[in-house]
Design a protein around this ligand. Structure first.
Ligand SMILES: C[S@@+](CC[C@H](N)C(=O)[O-])C[C@H]1O[C@@H](n2cnc3c(N)ncnc32)[C@H](O)[C@@H]1O
Length: 344
């Protein structure tokens, strides 16, 4: 997808150099934090590590391993809560979150091996219902001018195959049981999960403000020969009301033009932190999370990811000087979040 005037897409690269690509970052806090670097840290990795020294957030995050606690009256420091998203969000105060950047488990794609995980539900309908239910809590904790960036992938019906073989590159991408083809769909149909979910959220009262296509230039090849290879995912921008906080100046496209709806962002390779692989099977690129956090939150805002996975959103929030809260159901992923936050 190219813009008619410039022939360029909005592009976010690992080796991002704003002076070459035409992207511009106008985040004063971030610029101050990354001063001395020739690259901005908003997109891609900065040439120098992001400065965390003296960062009080680093020392003081709270890990909550049991949900049998009194609700928090205020979010005074960053925290990671280990548990089910809907239950965990009940601990948080009303209207305390400015923006949510999140990617729930995709329907029937992975088995994270945890009771109460979503995404393995037998029917598409109950998968959507679970997420809408969590969004009820998100709506409660979100400020009135708050927003949600929701990244969700699509999938195809299985044609009633009941098992997905492990993918050699991605061992979590195997399901012992695959759900039957949803009613009304046929074998090999594209399900349209992102829009089914977005419409359910719209029915539940959310505003669907934008559909962003995250184009992956380095998408894995597929063996299929009867359709184009999939190279994108969807990111919705949702809001609680008609008016909300959105800083259109903070990220600009080529020639200072406002951000477009196609974002070209390569998936990022698995890295090793202290000798251990960062082996979450569905990590979002840091640059994608940074972009979302920068646009819809301010310096002192609280950023939430209710399906935190390896903590990419939390990392982006910390880099940008925001406070943050993450919820993740799998204790091993909470360990991974802490490794990524403090040992890199
Ligand atoms: C697509 S991944 C998120 C990846 C994340 N954006 C990242 O960059 O690492 C979804 C995560 O949701 C977690 N999850 C599944 N069911 C959950 C639930 N009921 N409550 C909270 N987290 C859940 C999974 O363990 C998985 O880590």
């Amino acid at each position: 997808m190219k813009s008619q005037a410039t022939g360029k897409t909005n592009t976010v690269r690992e080796d991002f150099d704003p002076s070459k690509s035409g992207w511009h970052v106008h985040d004063k806090a971030l610029q101050a934090r990354s001063s001395g670097s020739t690259q901005t840290a908003l997109f891609g990795h900065s040439a120098q590590p992001c400065p965390h020294e003296g960062n009080e957030l680093q020392e003081s995050h709270l890990r909550v391993d049991s949900l049998n606690r009194m609700p928090f009256e205020a979010i005074t420091r960053p925290m990671v809560i280990c548990g089910d998203a809907t239950q965990a969000l009940k601990l948080l105060p009303e209207k305390s979150i400015q923006t949510v950047v999140t990617s729930p488990p995709y329907w029937s794609l992975r088995d994270y091996g945890v009771k109460e995980q979503i995404g393995r539900d037998d029917s598409l309908r109950s998968y959507i219902r679970s997420i809408v239910c969590t969004f009820e809590q998100i709506g409660r904790v979100l400020r009135d001018d708050g927003t949600v960036w929701l990244n969700v992938g699509d999938s195809y019906t299985s044609g009633n195959r009941r098992y997905r073989a492990p993918d050699r590159k991605n061992r979590a991408r195997a399901m012992a049981v695959r759900p039957p083809t949803p009613e009304g769909l046929k074998p090999k149909d594209l399900i349209g999960v992102p829009w089914r979910l977005a419409l359910a959220l719209q029915d539940a009262g959310w505003w669907v403000r934008s559909e962003v296509i995250w184009y992956k230039p380095n998408a894995h090849p597929e063996s299929v020969r009867d359709r184009p290879t999939k190279a994108h995912e969807t990111v919705f921008l949702l809001s609680k009301g008609q008016d909300y906080y959105y800083d259109h100046e903070v990220v600009k496209g080529p020639h200072e033009r406002r951000l477009r709806t196609v974002w070209e962002i390569p998936t990022e390779p698995v890295k090793r932190v202290n000798g251990k692989a960062d082996d979450h099977p569905a990590m979002m690129p840091l640059s994608l999370a940074r972009c979302c956090v920068a646009i819809t939150s301010r310096n002192d805002s609280v950023v939430l990811d209710p399906y935190a996975g390896s903590g990419t959103t939390l990392l982006a929030a910390r880099e940008l000087g925001r406070r943050w809260v993450g919820v993740e159901i799998k204790p091993a992923f909470v360990d991974l979040i802490e490794r990524r936050l403090y040992m890199s």
